[in-house]
Write a protein that binds this ligand. Structure first.
Ligand SMILES: *Cc1c(COP(=O)(O)O)cnc(C)c1O
Length: 340
């Protein structure tokens, strides 16, 4: 089976397993796990923030960030296809009692400064006030689009002028950075906080990081505890997480494999394939007269896995556990399957 459902499916290599076994540990709720402390310092450094917090999942990182930035009853500005809005079980409402205002970020999933200003609501006797703007890079639902740092800056500047903080869902921010050949800390320069996943392209078995100012991270630490994310001897999973931070440059291989996969699939009759910028390939199946789930069933039958994104859109994701041969084989199998 060639599993292209997500870059989360990777299994830790021997070095990561050894790092887990050998990690120095302590009780992280008391701040006494040296491996977690090292990971948090290294992660903060990598994205140019003062401090960082280790969280079990990207979803928790985003939701803790949102909770930390906002007050109950405020509005949050989100892109309408963003993960924090679309794929986190309505956590903005459930966990932070926020009202959502969606912005259409267009093909690249990034709101313009004008849209941010238009969406802003000033607090008064009748209106709740805008408490936060969230952005996403790379943009998952738009097909792993690598948003230019200048576009992030522009939206973030507009928010800042209105006194609204900005959180970046950077689950795959290193993919966005590597794809544009800019450093990760450039990608996060104009935002107040960033979440990124160790458990995706970077290959760690578990974990994400939430980074921001010292003051922000101190308050986020309390909200992590509130959400049930205060872990104890977490060095066991933070050890592999530290190794994951060394895998940033390797993401270029995933991007190259995604490009090859997309090229091959584009040759298949009936498939409309979006040019990938990072490690995500979106395939529209309408021209083949197939629903995405029918297409994916046919793929599954020939040993290739993807996920459904929309009625006619399937997603394939390249990662550490697939190489060039795998993606070429996958494309051949899909072509054969549709031929029949
Ligand atoms: C995967 C993902 C998340 C959530 O990460 P989990 O660890 O799966 O909870 C958040 N945002 C984006 C853009 C993602 O792709």
């Amino acid at each position: 089976m060639i599993d292209l459902r997500s870059d989360t499916v990777t299994k830790p290599d021997d070095a990561m397993r050894e790092a887990a076994r050998d990690a120095e540990v302590g009780d992280d709720v008391y701040g006494e796990d040296p491996t977690v402390n090292q990971l948090e310092a290294e992660a903060a450094d990598l994205v140019g923030m003062e401090d960082a917090l280790y969280v079990p999942t990207g979803t928790m990182g985003n939701q803790v960030a949102v909770r930390t930035h906002t007050d109950r009853g405020q509005e949050v500005l989100v892109e309408r296809e963003s993960h924090v809005f679309k794929w986190e079980l309505g956590g903005l409402a459930q966990l932070s009692s926020l009202q959502v205002r969606t912005l259409d970020g267009g093909e690249r999933g990034i709101p313009t400064p004008e849209q941010v200003r238009e969406g802003y609501v000033e607090e008064d006797a009748h209106r709740p006030g805008t408490g936060l703007l969230t952005l996403e890079n790379s943009h998952n639902s738009k097909g792993g689009v690598a948003v230019a740092p200048e576009k992030i800056d522009a939206a973030a500047e507009a928010a800042r002028e209105l006194g609204v903080p900005v959180h970046l869902d950077g689950a795959r921010v290193f993919n966005a950075a590597v794809a544009q050949d800019v450093s990760a800390d450039r990608m996060t320069e104009s935002v107040d906080s960033v979440m990124f996943c160790l458990s995706k392209g970077l290959g760690a078995p578990v974990g994400s990081m939430l980074a921001g100012s010292e003051e922000f991270v101190a308050r986020a630490r309390r909200n992590r505890k509130l959400f049930g994310g205060g872990m104890r001897q977490a060095g066991m999973i933070a050890g592999p997480g530290r190794l994951a931070l060394e895998n940033v440059e390797r993401l270029a291989d995933d991007h190259e494999n995604a490009r090859v996969l997309a090229e091959r699939l584009a040759d298949v009759d009936g498939l409309d394939v979006q040019d990938p910028e990072t490690n995500i390939v979106l395939v529209n199946t309408e021209g083949a007269d197939l629903l995405a789930d029918e297409f994916l069933d046919a793929c599954e039958d020939v040993g290739v896995r993807g996920t459904q994104f929309d009625t006619h859109v399937a997603r394939f994701c390249t990662h550490w556990d697939v190489d060039r041969d795998d993606v070429e084989t996958a494309a051949e199998r899909v072509a054969d399957a549709l031929d029949e």
